[in-house]
Each structure stands twice: as C-alpha cells, then as structure tokens.
Design a protein. Structure first.
Length: 213
C-alpha cells in the first residue's frame, strides 16, 4: 500500500549506512517493503521514528519495524479522524462562509493556505520529533489531544454552515423571491428534516438486503 513511499523516503539513510555493501543495502531496503498503511500526514512521525531506530543499528531498525505496524494502525485511525473528518470539513465550511460573507479570492486563498499550513507544520514537527526522540514522538502527538481538537472542529464546522445558510439567503435574495410565508415554511421543513435525520439516521429510506429475504 504505502510501503513503496516508506522505502523511498528512508532509502537515503539506508544508502548512507549500508552503501558499501550492496547486498546488505538490498536486504535492508526490502525490510521496508512489507505492508505499511497509515494516515499520510502522521506517517511522517513514524518515518522519523524509523530513521531514529535505523540510525542506531540493524537490530534497533528491526525493532522499529516491528513496532511500526502497530503505530501505523493507531495513527491511521487518529489521523484520518482528525484530518479527513475534522480539519478538511472545517476548513471547507469556513471557506464557503468567507465567500458568502465577502465574495472573491479570499475564500480560495484561505482554503489553500490554512489547510496546507496546518498539515505541513504538523508533518514537519512530528518528523523532527521522531528523528531526535524516537518513541518520544508518541508523547508529543498524544499531548496535542487530537480527538478533542477534532470534536471542537466539528462544532466550528456546524456553526460555520449555519452562518453560511443565513449569508446565502441574503446573497441570493431568497426571502424576497419566495415571499416571507413560503420562505419561513421551507426553513421549518429544513429544521424538521435535519432533526429527523439526526434522530433516525434515515433508516426508513434504506432497507438492508437481508431484511428483504
């Protein structure tokens, strides 16, 4: 899955350590071609940890590889939840809100700069901690309390979408086009629909195949 990227990233170190022995270099490179799958951002911390372990010798490198499978699963779950379910939706919602607040390129610039700045800084930081402190990178990532931050970002996303809805009403002049009565009726239907969806999960619309047998 991501093992080719991992092997490519650590190859310069392997070449520096084992370049004088081509057979050993090939052997160590193949060690990093086992299955590896994690969040691509937090994987930088695992890479830094592996660099730290490999620099201390082949035996330590093997110990690092044995731990990397557990770390990849752990930070795959944590990273996916934080970046894909937290940071990306929040940044997108804020960008849309900014656009309807003040149309122009500011929303696009915010979307590109904020999201990329956050994930690049996190990747760079966890990589350096992994290289210099080895397994200590776990304490660093844990100190950030990413699951809690993700929950906060979810609230920010919700508020941003709510504000955006009101801004869109003004932007498209919806109220005057539909009339006040129809407009407020649609708002009530929307609120009722969201409440019903949150409570039931739309189970009434989807019937499992096993239930039809």
């Amino acid at each position: 899955m991501q093992c080719l990227g991992l092997a490519y990233a650590i190859y310069p170190l392997l070449k520096k350590l084992y370049g004088k022995n081509p057979l050993q270099l090939t052997h160590r490179t193949r060690c990093y071609l086992n299955c590896f799958n994690s969040n691509p951002y937090l994987a930088a911390g695992i890479l830094g940890f592996l660099v730290h372990m490999e620099s201390q010798g082949e035996a330590m490198g093997d110990q690092g590889l044995s731990l990397s499978s557990s770390l990849s699963a752990l930070y795959g779950a944590v990273g996916d939840n934080f970046f894909w379910n937290g940071l990306k939706p929040m940044t997108s919602a804020l960008a849309v809100m900014i656009f309807f607040w003040s149309p122009g390129l500011k929303a696009l610039l915010f979307l590109l700069l904020f999201y990329n700045l956050v994930h690049i800084c996190i990747r760079y930081t966890v990589y350096l901690y992994g290289v210099h402190r080895g397994i200590g990178v776990l304490e660093k990532i844990d100190s950030w309390r990413l699951p809690l931050v993700r929950d906060i970002m979810e609230y920010v996303t919700t508020v941003s979408l709510a504000v955006t809805a009101f801004l869109m009403v003004d932007y498209f002049n919806v109220k005057s086009r539909l009339g006040a009565g129809l407009f407020y009726l649609l708002i009530l239907l929307l609120i009722a629909g969201l409440w019903w969806y949150k409570k039931t999960g739309c189970k009434g619309f989807f019937i499992k195949k096993s239930e039809l047998i």
